[in-house]
Ligand binder design. Structure first.
Ligand SMILES: [Zn+2]
Length: 126
């Protein structure tokens, strides 16, 4: 079950506005980490949404999961979207961060985060 969804579109719009107005260099927002790019091309979820920066390629979403409520530790890892529920059922509640990436120009931004609750907590600890 999804809970506590946070949408980062406002922040994304602000970043894009800064780029358009020249307050932020294009290169500063096209610095996707090689690990993120690798995750995007191997286990990412393709979208039909065009990249807001280059407008040539479409965006890919990468889901990062972190154990526990509100946790955001280096233990987070990218997992295929279709396995998030299974991970939650096995490990427990997961904080999920969805990042959009352009494999063309390397734009990346946080899209949303939410808590994915395990289906049956008793089953995990029992
Ligand atoms: Zn792009």
């Amino acid at each position: 079950m999804r809970k506590g969804r946070i949408d980062y579109r406002m922040r994304r719009r602000a970043v894009l506005r800064d780029v358009r107005e020249g307050l932020t260099s294009c290169d500063d927002v096209r610095d996707a980490h090689p690990d993120l790019l690798r995750a995007a091309s191997h286990i990412g979820t393709a979208t039909r949404e065009p990249c807001p920066l280059c407008d040539v390629h479409t965006l890919t979403h990468v889901d990062y999961v972190f154990e526990g409520k509100g946790a955001r530790t280096p233990s987070g890892r990218a997992v295929p979207r279709e396995t998030v529920a299974a991970h939650a059922d096995r490990i427990g509640d997961l904080q999920v961060y969805v990042v959009e990436v352009c494999l063309g120009c390397h734009w990346h931004h946080l899209v949303e985060s939410y808590l994915h609750e395990a289906r049956d907590t008793d089953a995990i600890h029992g």
